[in-house]
Write a protein that binds this ligand. Structure first.
Ligand code: SF4
Ligand code: SF4
Length: 383
């Protein structure tokens, strides 16, 4: 789509949204952001960064700012399944709130078990009321894997003892868009790791509706809020990769945008934590970094209001946004390619293989990327 017609389409969608009632007529998102000490310039800086993250041209920044200001017009239902609540915590528990977390605090959250005041019967009534009142209009975000056991009678929730599966199915039925937030909801997570004793399933196995996966353990606050802003702007689902992850967030490998990539290419590796290489910021591949196999934008968006991310702080990527990473990414502090190279290069040991990795691994990962891209294009021919 040409950027002019896209601009016009987004503008008219935002105009339509702006006449919908606000969550609270007495307060607005711009007002709230100003009260928390952010200047208009800082807010526009945030909007410019969000525009670039969503892969839109810079002249779309005012539209992105307006979309964020209208985030209280779309009702949102957030369900908890089997999880640690880390994805909610990623957004809500910062000591000095970011613009992302302020926007999330103020959206029309019709139901969220962690932060709502209601409990028991009243909480269930709130959920039923929201799903009825906003039928076909609400956004559904689900956090956590959905354990089913041998039947679906696992994870009973609330006063009626409904199963998590039933809650998720009912809420998905009339949602305008469905997002699986975090790796547990996207792919099953640690609950689904072998031997998966509770038969935990990802949300996409529970409903036959399209589910957009926003994995990460946890996903960054930017990716969660970006998902929301993208939906407000487009009103449609984003371009997806093979695992139904938005390409704007999961289109690049950690390895491709890593600040230590030059060290990798130069063959400069940390041999063990605390050594001279670690002090000099060498590549963490030999101490288990799974960045070459992992698609996410952590190096750009970072965590804790953009303070840092695992590799910057000296620990390798664990591959947390990939399906079944608990089972497939091997031992945390050992290179995954040990096994690959052990068979591929005639039984070379881990040290030998890691030193030759610059050439060999790139060949392997280039094949993987080509396959990834090819399958994505087949799945989304318009992208
Ligand atoms: S292996 Fe890890 S630390 Fe090294 S360049 Fe790749 S992503 Fe960065
Ligand atoms: S760096 Fe890797 S393990 Fe860490 S959050 Fe990003 S994808 Fe997950």
């Amino acid at each position: 789509m040409q950027s002019n017609s896209l601009f016009e389409k987004m503008s008219s969608r935002l105009d339509e949204l702006s006449i919908l009632p606000k969550l609270d007529e007495a307060v607005s998102i711009p007002q709230l952001i100003e009260e928390k000490g952010f200047s208009r310039r800082e807010f526009m800086g945030w909007a410019a960064a969000m525009t670039s993250m969503l892969m839109l041209p810079a002249n779309f920044t005012p539209l992105v700012a307006k979309a964020a200001e209208l985030a209280d017009r779309l009702p949102l239902v957030w369900l908890h399944m089997a999880e640690c609540t880390g994805c909610s915590e990623s957004l809500l528990r910062s000591s000095s709130p970011s613009i992302d977390s302020l926007i999330f605090d103020y959206i029309s959250l019709e139901y969220h078990e962690t932060i709502m005041a209601a409990s028991g019967w009243q909480a269930e009534q709130n959920l039923e009321h929201a799903m009825e009142k906003y039928k076909g209009k609400y956004i559904l975000m689900v956090e956590g894997g959905i354990p089913q056991g041998l039947s679906d009678f696992y994870l009973t929730v609330g006063a009626h003892g409904k199963t998590g599966e039933k809650h998720a199915k009912e809420a998905a039925e009339n949602a305008a868009a469905i997002f699986a937030i975090g790796t547990c909801s996207s792919f099953g997570g640690v609950q689904a790791a072998a031997p998966n004793p509770t038969n935990a399933q990802p949300l996409s196995k529970i409903t036959n509706k399209t589910v957009i996966n926003v994995p990460g353990c946890p996903p960054s606050e930017s990716n969660i809020v970006g998902t929301l802003v993208h939906f407000i702007l487009y009103g449609t689902l984003p371009a997806l990769d093979i695992y139904n992850r938005p390409k704007w967030a999961y289109g690049l490998r950690i390895h491709d945008a890593c600040e230590r990539r030059g060290r990798f290419d130069a063959g400069e590796f940390v041999q063990q934590f605390g050594d001279e290489g670690a002090k000099k910021g060498f590549c963490l591949y030999k101490v288990g970094c799974k960045g070459p196999y992992t698609f996410n934008n952590c190096s750009k968006q970072k965590f804790n209001q953009g303070t840092s991310w695992p590799i910057q702080s000296g620990h390798g990527c664990m591959g947390c946004s990939e399906p079944n990473f608990w089972d497939t990414m091997g031992i945390v502090h050992e290179p995954l390619a040990n096994r690959l190279y052990h068979t591929t290069f005639g039984g070379l040991g881990s040290d030998a293989t890691a030193d030759k990795i610059g050439l060999g691994l790139l060949t392997v990962t280039a094949v993987a990327i080509a396959a990834h891209a090819a399958i994505s294009v087949l799945k989304n021919p318009e992208v």
